[in-house]
Write a protein of this length. Structure first.
Length: 261
């Protein structure tokens, strides 16, 4: 992969203000892309923008992936900044945790809205740009929870399994239109989302943060947490010309935690 493998390409990243999204945005700008940083809160997006190469990123705030009108307005603003979108990274997500019998309908609906319906809404809004060019990449940040089940996160697991199914369906539907659709499935990754999971474990079990962290890291056969940059590097490869024949895949970035034939 060349250093500037995304030269002058327009990439839209949702949930770009922190964690994996910020790492993906940084990697794409470093690779020569113009990046639309989409998210609900302006402040984190501006902080990411200020850390990037000047002129390489544009902030699209108030981008709520669960709101059809805000998605439409945000995508339109991104086009004004950098033209048609050529690469979409659906990264926005939430990971609520609760026993199944204590998962109320509002929590269930919220988890599906953010993690699955949001992917549908943003992709549907962006895909006409790619169809017009007969070229494009859609990369969905799913999770190992899209490949296997985990206890106490049933809504999140259901949503992420849905993301994998949607990825595979769109890969087939658009395969002859020059559009590749893939998913990246990180295991436990050093992000603010992970820290909130630790907070939840500590609050509910009384265990120390170090103990909770070590327990989750131990699920990775490498005995460590994944870094946001490792996820970003996988996304960068899928977005690059080198991955032109890769579509419909769900690639685990998890140190061997998930083995799927």
């Amino acid at each position: 992969m060349t250093e500037k493998c995304l030269e002058n390409r327009h990439v839209l990243v949702t949930g770009a203000g922190t964690g994996i999204g910020a790492a993906i945005a940084t990697a794409c700008v470093d690779a020569g892309a113009y990046v639309s940083l989409a998210g609900r809160r302006r402040e984190p997006l501006v902080a990411v923008q200020s850390s990037l190469e000047r002129g390489g990123a544009h902030v699209v705030a108030d981008f709520d992936v669960t709101d059809e009108n805000k998605v439409r307005a945000g995508v339109a603003a991104a086009r004004v900044a950098f033209g048609p979108i050529e690469i979409l990274v659906n990264n926005a997500g939430e990971a609520p945790s609760a026993p199944f019998v204590k998962t109320d309908l509002a929590s269930w609906n919220r988890a599906l809205a953010v993690n699955l319906t949001g992917v549908f809404l943003v992709t549907r809004e962006v895909i006409p740009d790619m169809l017009a060019k007969r070229a494009g990449r859609v990369i969905n940040i799913a999770s190992t929870a899209g490949l296997v089940g985990y206890a106490y996160v049933s809504a999140y697991v259901a949503a992420k399994h849905g993301v994998i199914g949607l990825t595979r369906s769109l890969a087939l539907e658009f395969s002859r239109a020059g559009i590749a659709v893939n998913a990246v499935c990180p295991g436990y990754t050093e992000t603010p989302l992970f820290e909130r999971a630790i907070d939840n474990i500590v609050a509910k079990t009384g265990r120390s943060r170090d103990d909770a962290r070590a327990t989750l890291a131990a699920t990775n056969p490498q005995g460590r947490l994944v870094t946001p940059r490792e996820v970003a590097d996988a996304v960068l490869w899928l977005a690059s010309p080198a991955a032109g024949s890769i579509t419909g895949q769900a690639i685990a970035i998890a140190g061997g935690e998930v083995m799927v034939g």
